[in-house]
Design a protein around this ligand. Sequence first.
Ligand SMILES: Cc1cc2nc3c(=O)[nH]c(=O)nc-3n(C[C@H](O)[C@H](O)[C@H](O)COP(=O)(O)O)c2cc1C
Length: 159
Amino acid sequence: MTAFELIRALAHDAAIGIVVTDPMIEPPGPIILYANAAFSRLVGRELDEIVGRSPRFMQGKETRRETLDVFHRALAAGERFHSYLANYRGGGTKYRAEIDCRSLRTADGHIENFVSFEREVIRRLGRPAGSASGRYEPTSVSNDALTGVLRALGVFKRA
Ligand SMILES: Cc1cc2nc3c(=O)[nH]c(=O)nc-3n(C[C@H](O)[C@H](O)[C@H](O)COP(=O)(O)O)c2cc1C
């Protein structure tokens, strides 16, 4: 069983948005191969509008190019990308996504897929915090079984 097959088997009912792409970084890639129901709710589109496209369709005017360049370089280097991006729902409303994206490798180290864990965050009220993770908080907190497993894997935690 590949890592992708394992994720697909477990992610279906997860409360966190989970999306898997092919390993192609340059357009038309990365192509979305799988997204769970929570991802569909997060981005406000049906799964059949999501699968087969590049995640770039969520970007818009206020998506920072500098952050996308960091994202691109992390993908090219096979490194984790954990940051916050302004994205847009099907209906055009903007939301802020926390994105924790990692590469999935074969036993010999070859990148097979990318997987990203995504959730909506809002700006924390009150005193501005020094770091991005202190500036934002998730709009909802889930406690399903997979969320516990992902927490143990450090998803959404700073390295
Ligand atoms: C698994 C995965 C999930 C991604 N999810 C998002 C996303 O939710 N929002 C977004 O704006 N970009 C997302 N991206 C990033 C874009 O697909 C693209 O890599 C990014 O725009 C940088 O590349 P570019 O400089 O060629 O545009 C994701 C990429 C991968 C591999």
